[in-house]
Design a protein around this ligand. Structure first.
Ligand code: C2E
Ligand code: MG
Ligand code: MG
Length: 284
């Protein structure tokens, strides 16, 4: 499996570490199969900040798994596994509905113009009935489509571009907004980008982390901001952890930001408390 994962025509020598990894993988796979019905999966929310108005404008919903057997497992580990074994379809649909329902709850408590961004995995995006699922969820929860953003990663958009564009239009036609996540890390070509009906680019955190010390990262972040604006897209920078990063992207005209500097992803109750502590002028 290792050899196969590293590409075709490859070999790898056996190492005991691999055995442990295979066992971990199997344990996680078994545990994940029960996670939904045991209600071990939940969502946390991270505020999205409008840099010019310095306001909270919405949230990204992020999945968490607290396994009875394995403890807290990172989405970086369980999302790829769920993609592989197909559970992502059920989990993703649940996350979509849960996030929309949460935003409606907050809107009813007076937080009127806040939106929610939900991550859509490759496998979900290739489901031909995704627009039906989104439509059903919007109807069931009563969320207006303009408050829903769907985050798609660049790598998901590169194969089968014709179908991708059709799917994007089907989702756009419903009134939802489309976002390209982790922008700059995939292999999408710029000629595809101009065909995609997207609203926003999210600059990947890898260009933000070292931006103070790495001139190339800073240059790439600026270039993405300019590229996005030239194509009439909004630009958000993820992973903002300090003032230097915030000031740099703000200076270069970035529209939105998200990161630990503003707020770590947190449970709905804690997020609501956080919002209550802000002056009304800081909330959209
Ligand atoms: P992502 O969609 O790019 O989400 C942003 C990640 O950056 C989140 O990691 C968030 O917690 C983290 N982050 C935000 N601000 C900062 C910061 O200032 N510093 C650092 N170091 N990290 C920051 P998280 O929650 O671990 O999620 C990782 C990835 O897992 C997500 O990346 C996304 O690709 C995937 N994921 C999470 N939830 C879902 C989901 O519901 N569905 C799908 N398909 N994928 C999901
Ligand atoms: Mg995301
Ligand atoms: Mg991202």
């Amino acid at each position: 499996y290792y050899a196969k994962d590293s590409g075709r025509n490859n070999y790898r020598a056996y190492e005991p570490e691999m055995n442990r990894r295979v066992i971990n993988h199997m344990l996680m796979d078994t545990a994940l199969r029960d996670a939904m019905k045991n209600k071990e999966i939940y969502l946390v929310y991270q505020p999205l900040i409008d840099l010019k108005k310095s306001k909270v404008v919405g949230f990204e919903a992020l999945m968490r798994w607290h396994s009875k057997v394995l403890g807290q497992v990172s989405p970086v580990d369980f999302i790829p596994l769920a993609e592989e074994n197909g559970l992502i379809l059920e989990m993703g649909e649940w996350a979509l509905e849960e996030a929309c329902a949460q935003i409606v709850k907050w809107q009813k408590k007076g937080l009127k113009n806040l939106s929610v961004a939900v991550n859509i995995s490759g496998r979900q995006f290739r489901q031909t009935n995704l627009p039906d699922i989104v439509g059903r969820v919007l109807k069931k929860t009563g969320l207006q489509p303009k408050f829903l953003e769907l985050e798609l990663t660049e790598s998901l958009l590169v194969d089968d571009v014709e179908n991708v564009v059709d799917m994007m239009y089907a989702l756009k036609d419903m009134g939802t907004r489309l976002v390209i996540d982790d922008f700059g890390t995939g292999y999408s070509s710029l000629s595809y980008l101009k065909q995609f009906p997207v609203d926003k680019l999210k600059i990947d955190r890898s260009f933000i982390t070292e931006m103070a010390s790495d001139q190339n990262d800073a240059a790439i972040a600026r270039a993405i901001i300019n590229l996005g604006h030239s194509l009439n897209l909004e630009v958000l920078a993820e992973g903002i952890e300090n003032e230097f990063q915030r000031d740099f992207i703000t200076l270069h005209g970035c529209d939105f930001a998200q990161g630990y500097l503003f707020k770590i992803p947190d449970t709905p109750d804690n997020i609501f408390e956080f919002l209550k502590g802000l002056p009304q002028s800081k909330i959209n």
